[in-house]
Design a protein around this ligand. Structure first.
Ligand code: PLP
Length: 461
């Protein structure tokens, strides 16, 4: 039976069971989706999940290699998280932010204790974009300066300042919603602006470029430099050696605050509580969300240094949200810390990343001509798919849509048909499974990607 015609003009059915058909029909009729042309999408209908797997209403099973939007660090339906939320809901389901509450205080304490030296307090938000908005607001009030430097190839969220700071094409359609945002380039040796021979040279040139930008913008006008510690959606860009320390040194030299956006990489993704801990830098403000409670209840926040906290000691901080530090979300956050310790999550991420994922991805790069580069750390990796290894021409163009995205869509379809839900962005196959994924399932998912890459190889010139 034909329910609709897909983008290729083929007749498609909403599914086998009544439940699956109803969910898809309602979704297509009534739900307005983010980042999408409403008539050109066909979202997967999902009825239930467990651990690293989820199922549609027809009973088809998928292994999740995306952790949804890289938030589901502890996987679906973790009993510890579910129990914490249920118990909290039975006791006190909600309470406004200016009231003191046990789980809110406990979570703030645990976050501060696991953060940088000199971290003083936590401002809770509902997610990552608003965490970045508030970090910038704090930086502006603290320094009395207005400009913010943010990198190209970044994602900081979809609210006004956050989408303007974002350095990828997603911001274009919104215009400039914050006139005091300036972009600069970070290191990315595979597609470098600086034509560097070595990672060290890339660091040196990227830092010289940043200092030049600071000088031309006027050091006294710049409140903060914000950067994803390890760039996430824009390609899992691990900083080159010495880069973050160099940014810190420039911040100190010019009295600028350093903000690490850890929304995607915080809470274990690369095998550290916070990614900046792997690079030995001390930021002034850190933003987090996603992994703090695996997104079971929306939560984000800003970790604040002593000096910035003190700015607002006798002076009111002008900002806040009705649901900041929601008790259900905080209860799941406290449980997250317990589960990380009980299940030795950080240790397993480092071990599985080094022992299972990295060698296998490097093997795939040897085998498949379409893999131009493999990079990452912990359980966070990217493969750049190319049409030609010499020219490094991407498999699909940056900002690919419609026909241009067809080769990548074919790779995604091959994964889904084999039961894997992948994480792709433009020409990149990114690997971000839940941190609790078993070794067996990691190997199974990697086998599916290996097979799907033969589809990408078919486009290789
Ligand atoms: N910052 C980074 C690095 C992100 O990856 C994201 C979301 O993917 C955000 C900020 C925005 O977070 P949210 O979608 O919770 O607003």
């Amino acid at each position: 039976m034909s329910d609709y015609i897909d983008l290729n003009g083929a007749e498609q059915s909403f599914g086998d069971t009544e439940a699956q058909r109803e969910v898809r029909a309602n979704d297509r009729q009534y739900v307005f989706h983010s980042w999408s042309a409403q008539n050109k999408i066909d979202p997967l209908p999902i009825s239930k999940g467990e651990g690293a797997r989820f199922w549609d209403y027809d009973g088809n099973e998928y292994l999740d290699f995306s952790s949804q939007l890289v938030n589901l660090n502890l996987g679906h339906q973790h009993p510890g998280l579910v129990k914490a939320i249920q118990e909290q809901a039975g006791r006190l389901a909600t309470i406004q932010p200016s009231i003191a509450n046990d789980v809110r205080g406990e979570l703030a304490k645990r976050i501060v204790e696991h953060s940088f030296e000199g971290a003083r307090s936590v401002f809770f938000t509902n997610g990552g974009a608003d965490a970045n908005e508030y970090a910038i607001r704090m930086a502006r009030h603290h320094t009395g300066r207005q400009k913010v430097l943010a990198r190209y190839r970044s994602y900081h969220g979809s609210t006004a300042t956050a989408i303007t700071m974002t350095g990828d094409p997603r911001r274009w359609a919104n215009g400039v919603l914050d006139a005091n945002v300036v972009h600069f380039f970070g290191p990315y040796q595979y597609r470098s602006e600086f034509f560097s021979e070595t990672p060290e040279q890339e660091t040196e040139r990227a830092l010289a470029h940043l200092e030049h930008t600071i000088q031309l913008e006027g050091p006294d006008t710049i409140a903060a430099i914000i950067l994803e510690t390890v760039t996430g959606t824009n390609g899992v860009l691990v900083p080159t050696p010495g880069y973050l320390a160099g940014v810190r040194a420039l911040c100190d030299k010019y009295g600028i605050l350093m903000i690490c956006d850890e929304v995607m990489v915080g809470f274990g993704r690369i095998g550290e509580w916070f990614a900046y801990q792997a690079f030995d830098v001390t930021p002034d403000l850190v933003t987090f969300a996603k992994g703090v409670n695996s997104g079971y209840v929306p939560l984000g926040g800003v970790v604040i240094s002593e000096a910035i906290h003190d700015t607002f000691g006798d002076r009111a901080f002008p900002g806040g949200l009705t649901y900041s530090g929601h008790p259900l979300a905080c209860a799941a956050g406290v449980a997250t810390f317990d589960i990380f310790e009980d299940e030795k999550i950080l240790e397993r991420v480092r071990d599985l990343g080094e022992r299972v994922v990295e060698p296998r991805l490097r093997e795939m790069a040897e085998k498949h001509p379409s893999v131009g580069e493999v990079r990452g750390r912990g359980l966070f990796w990217a493969m750049e798919l190319v049409l030609d290894r010499e020219t490094r021409e991407p498999l699909v163009p940056y900002n690919a849509a419609g026909e241009a995205a067809a080769p990548m869509n074919a790779v995604v379809a091959a994964c889904k048909n084999a039961g894997l839900f992948p994480f792709v962005h433009f020409n990149r196959m990114q690997i971000a499974p839940p941190l609790i994924t078993s070794e067996e399932d990691l190997i199974k998912g990697l086998d599916i990607i290996d097979e799907a890459l033969t589809v990408a190889d078919g486009y290789y010139t």
